[in-house]
Design a protein around this ligand. Sequence first.
Ligand code: IPD
Ligand code: CA
Ligand code: CA
Ligand code: CA
Length: 266
Amino acid sequence: GTTSDVDRDQLLALAERVAREAAAEVLRLRREGVEVAATKTSPTDVVTEVDHRSEELIRARLLEERPGDGFVGEEGESSDSSTGVTWVVDPIDGTVNFLYGIPQYAVSIAARAGEQVVAGVVLDVVKGECFTATRGGGAFLDGAPIRVRPVVPLDQRLVITGFSYERSTRVAQAQAVARLLGEVRDVRRLGSAALDLCYVGAGRTDAYVEEGLHEWDLAAGGLVAEEAGARVWQGTGVGGKRLVVAAPADGFADFAALVERVGLTG
Ligand code: IPD
Ligand code: CA
Ligand code: CA
Ligand code: CA
């Protein structure tokens, strides 16, 4: 289905209000002390009680305002939509940073109309930076429009990446990233995919590449990047999972070719 511009702005306003409430709660709970609730697929893949509390709060607030919407969150059961709108939520993106007190993690909330993401917010919990976008309406940081960086030669590009939770895949990725390092300015691993994508949009990096992202990592940040002038492409990575490449649309093709040349693709 399609949603009008007015609907998109309303969805975004709701998403932003709920993200702010969840972020405040995440900070408050962290001050009370965080326990690792469990590891999921590997020792790197952690989840805390706070991830669950944040997702429960977000789900409750969104669905009390718009009963009938669908919901997909990282930590819980998904539910179907009877309105055509589905919320796609990462209650804490960057849980390992959260656990260690590294101030780089975010609440990510996107609204999907059918298969198309139409509004998204990525709120940096500690720094308070708020990235927003609506489809066709542009991308913003704290209300000011953002734009991707101008294109420079490959050897002057800064690249953000990340590594899989799965051991053999991360080793293969690291070997490919070692080759990438010889071709670009430098590489960063910041630990929050949603913020990484927003950083492409805000011109804080020249490119982002990572394998193994899920819908909730990608939905809001991907829209922010696209609306700021990036191309966000999905393919298959060296470990066989979803590979995401985001870069300014103009310089996209040569970066994508480099990603393939160093062996990050499957
Ligand atoms: C993770 C972060 C990380 C990325 C992982 C994600 P989480 O999300 O975005 O930067 O490398 O692929 O799973 O588990 O902290 O929400
Ligand atoms: Ca996780
Ligand atoms: Ca995530
Ligand atoms: Ca998460």
